[in-house]
Design a protein around this ligand. Structure first.
Ligand SMILES: NC(=O)c1ccc[n+]([C@@H]2O[C@H](COP(=O)([O-])OP(=O)(O)OC[C@H]3O[C@@H](n4cnc5c(N)ncnc54)[C@H](OP(=O)(O)O)[C@@H]3O)[C@@H](O)[C@H]2O)c1
Length: 261
């Protein structure tokens, strides 16, 4: 039976590519984002690609909208195989200049919404022995200068995902954490950026296509994987953070100097 896949942040970037990657495989995709028009365009693309699609406009930081998303998905298709928590936003600022209200807004979107959606969707996901996909980032394992606010949200998502994965194993529900590096999407334009400065970017920081990230993600779900690091850049940073924390601290200090500290 064609799987039912809910994708948040499906109107743009990685979320759009994920919806289309699943649609090409004949899936029934339920698309969430705030902007109705862009969402309707992606729904039409998904149908043209061979899937069935339902667009449910809403804000995943609003509880009624989260409930409506789950209810509409179940009402339309009667099951749920994959929940993709992809909607997210960047916030780049020196830690000493963080705006608490902005930080709370980022945490509501990047941390609380994914966990709350997992709570709301757990019954149908358990019935389907499904998968929760958490779209994290290389910033979920390495925090470079000016990325503290965003990276802290992804570190939190990583910790919650690690607990959740263990807690859900007995129900047969998998948790896949996806860690992209830079991806060619409007993410940077949509981010909150203090002083128009996102910080120094090291060599190898080349954007990947969202379609590549999406294809890898769908294959990782099919293979039952638990973690997906989508590029050599991410794998290198992730290994270095674990096996060489001292040199990584030295590197981040150099990055801080190069980005104005
Ligand atoms: N691009 C990168 O370099 C990169 C790297 C690593 C990780 N990531 C992660 O990948 C995920 C997707 O990012 P992207 O690059 O595809 O960004 P994007 O192109 O800016 O897309 C963000 C999507 O999230 C939706 N969204 C934003 N706020 C929302 C809200 N409150 N409620 C519902 N939907 C909301 C947006 O639609 P509306 O504005 O219409 O709501 C849009 O569909 C994020 O979690 C991001 O942290 C991105």
């Amino acid at each position: 039976m064609a799987p039912v896949v809910v994708v948040t942040g499906a109107s743009s970037g990685i979320g759009r590519s994920l919806a289309l990657a699943w649609a090409r495989r004949g899936a029934r995709v339920v698309l969430s984002a705030r902007g109705q028009e862009a969402l309707d365009r992606v729904a039409a693309e998904a149908r043209a690609a061979g899937g069935d699609a339902l667009a449910v406009a809403g804000d995943v930081t609003v509880e009624e909208d989260r409930k409506a998303l789950c209810e509409r998905a179940l009402g339309a298709y009667g099951r749920l195989d994959v929940l993709v928590n992809n909607a997210g936003r960047g916030y780049y600022a020196p830690s000493l200049e963080v705006d608490p209200a902005e930080l709370e807004a980022i945490y509501r979107l990047n941390v609380i919404a994914p966990v709350r959606l997992a709570q709301l969707a757990i019954e149908p996901l358990s019935a389907a022995k499904g998968t929760i996909v958490m779209v994290s980032s290389v910033a979920g394992v390495v925090a470079s200068p000016r990325m503290g606010p965003y990276a802290s949200s992804k570190f939190a998502l990583e910790a919650l995902s690690m607990s959740l994965r263990a807690e859900l194993a007995s129900r047969g529900v998998r948790v896949l954490v996806v860690r992209p590096g830079p991806v060619a999407t409007p993410f940077r334009q949509n981010a909150v950026v203090a002083d128009d400065n996102v910080g120094y970017r090291p060599p190898g920081h080349n954007p990947q296509s969202p379609d590549d990230v999406a294809e890898m993600t769908v294959r990782a779900v099919d293979a039952g994987r638990e973690v997906l690091e989508t590029s050599l850049f991410v794998k290198t940073a992730s290994v270095a953070a674990r096996v060489a924390p001292g040199p990584m601290r030295w590197i981040t200090r150099q990055m801080a100097r190069r980005s104005g500290f």
